[in-house]
Each structure stands twice: as structure tokens, then as C-alpha cells.
Write a protein that binds this ligand. Structure first.
Ligand code: NAP
Length: 246
């Protein structure tokens, strides 16, 4: 069987990095997308190559639909059509609602939600032709439970959940599954940037008593990308050490 291509957005660091490495271990050729973290993305490709896997870097800002078209045509030319898309890229711009700037609202919605639409739309063309595909969207537990100071982020991730379910319904009969993961408190640059008190408060809400690792998320993403997960679609799977249980 030909090697399948997986594209992971924002794969230079954090959860995306772990997902890229894990998918490569499972035999996918991985397109490692980055926006500005080129050195980190090249490092991910080196780690994958050192483990006997296949990976290549792909620069591009997924919040820009023209760049997304370039990302996909670049991957297609280099390796072939994308079989597995992991929409991982995301940002936060936290502020209490009355202090939130319109640009921070718009940039978070564009980076976290519109990007998922732009990338999925491009990926679906090849997946429909192949009658096989996996779209895995990295949402968040706060899409389900909200979080003060993150109205923009929570709205974007709740949007990702709605998008996931609609796309899953549209493409279920075509061999394509679309699922979302809802990570809880995962140790990455995104959560390292939080004040110490905020991190301690978050940890108190985790029955497992520890922050999750990017690998905790990557393991389940990798399962969803497999043939074994063909009957799971439109789901939102929390990877949160029991934080939400909803
Ligand atoms: P991170 O370490 O800050 O990494 C985010 C990645 O996204 C970076 O590699 C960044 O690339 C990339 N990115 C951001 N905007 C982009 C754009 N427009 N185009 C291309 N790449 C872009 O964050 P993380 O914690 O791994 O988060 C990964 C995903 O998980 C995000 O969607 C986040 O919302 C979600 N999540 C995280 C947690 C958590 O606790 N960490 C919990 C729930 C959900 P550059 O550095 O190149 O800009």
C-alpha cells in the first residue's frame, strides 16, 4: 500500500509536534506545517528521519486562505494528496470581555476556526477522490465549559466542535471521518505562558492530579487517524485527566 500523507498544522512545537512524531512512527509521511517556528519544524523533521520515518516542513499561515491553498499544492507536488489532516494550529489572546479588543477577537477566531475551515475544505477534495480520509481537529475542553478571560478562544473552539459535527455528517458516507479532541490542561508553551497561580488553579481541577503531556493527546489523535477508527465520526473526545467528564 502507498504511504499515506498526514498534514499537521502548527507542528513545530507542543501538541502538533507530538502528533507529527507519533503519526510518523505509525507509518505516515508527515507534512510539518509551521508559520514562524522554522527551526523547531526542521528539528521535528530531523527527529522523525532519525527514527526511520518520513517528514518534510511546509511553511504557511493557516489563517490565510491563499496560503492554505499554497500549503496544499506544495504538499501535493512533493508527496501527494493529504489523507490525514490534523488541524492543530491555535493561538490565545486572553482578556476579560469588556477589555477585549476587536482585533484580538478577530485574530483568535480566524487563527483557530477559519483556519480549520480553509484547511479542511482543501483536504476534502483529495479525500473524496480517495474515498478515505481523517480530519482531526484540536478543540479544547473550554469549548464545552467556557473560561473567564477567554471568550474569543472558547467561541473559536466551540465553533470547531460545531464544524466537526457538520463536516462529519456531510462526509461520513464517503469513508471520511471528522472528529475533535478536547485537550484539558496540557504542558506546552501555551500553558507555560499562564501565571503560576492560574496553572495551580487549573491543576486543582484535574482529577488525574497532573497536567497532560502532548503525547497524551498525540496517542488518541494517532488512533483516530488509523483504519481501526473508521466507525468513529463527529465525536469530541476529551483528553483531560477527568477535568470535564461531560
Ligand atoms: P503552542 O505550543 O503554542 O503551539 C501552537 C502552534 O500553532 C505553534 O507551533 C504555532 O506555530 C502554530 N500556529 C499558530 N497560529 C498559526 C497559524 N496561523 N498558522 C500556522 N501555525 C500556527 O500550543 P499547544 O498548546 O501545542 O496548542 C496546540 C493546539 O491545542 C491549539 O489549537 C490549542 O488551542 C489546543 N489546546 C491546547 C491546550 C493546552 O493546554 N496546551 C488545551 C486545549 C487545546 P508558530 O510558532 O510557527 O507560530
Amino acid at each position: 500500500m502507498e504511504q499515506r500523507i498526514a498534514l499537521v498544522t502548527g507542528a513545530g512545537k507542543g501538541i502538533g509536534r507530538a502528533v507529527a512524531i507519533r503519526l510518523a512512527k505509525n507509518g505516515f509521511s508527515v507534512a510539518v506545517n509551521f508559520r514562524s517556528s522554522e527551526k523547531a519544524a526542521l528539528e521535528v523533521c530531523d527527529i522523525i528521519a532519525a527514527g526511520g520515518g518520513s517528514a518534510f516542513p511546509v511553511k504557511g499561515d493557516v489563517s490565510d486562505p491563499e496560503e492554505v491553498k499554497r500549503i496544499f499544492s506544495g504538499v501535493n507536488e512533493k508527496a501527494g494528496p493529504v489523507s490525514v489532516l490534523v488541524n492543530n494550529a491555535g493561538i490565545t489572546k486572553d482578556a476579560l470581555l469588556i477589555r477585549m479588543k476587536d482585533e484580538d477577537w478577530n485574530s483568535v477566531l480566524t487563527a483557530n476556526l477559519s483556519s480549520v475551515y480553509y484547511c479542511t475544505r482543501e483536504a476534502l477534495r483529495g479525500m473524496v477522490r480517495a474515498k478515505w480520509g481523517r480530519v482531526i481537529n484540536i478543540a479544547s475542553v473550554v469549548a464545552l465549559i467556557g473560561n473567564p478571560g477567554q471568550a474569543n478562544y472558547c467561541a473559536s473552539k466551540a465553533g470547531v466542535v460545531g464544524f466537526t459535527k457538520s463536516a462529519a455528517r456531510e462526509y461520513a458516507a464517503k469513508g471520511i471521518t471528522v472528529n475533535a479532541l478536547a485537550p484539558g490542561f496540557i504542558g506546552t508553551d501555551m500553558t507555560d505562558a499562564l501565571p503560576q497561580e492560574a496553572r495551580e488553579a487549573l491543576l486543582k481541577q484535574v482529577p488525574a492530579g497532573r497536567p497532560g503531556t502532548p503525547e497524551d493527546v498525540a496517542n488518541i489523535a494517532c488512533f483516530l487517524a488509523s483504519d481501526e477508527a473508521s466507525y468513529i465520526t463527529g465525536q469530541v473526545i476529551a483528553v483531560d485527566g477527568g477535568m470535564t467528564m461531560c
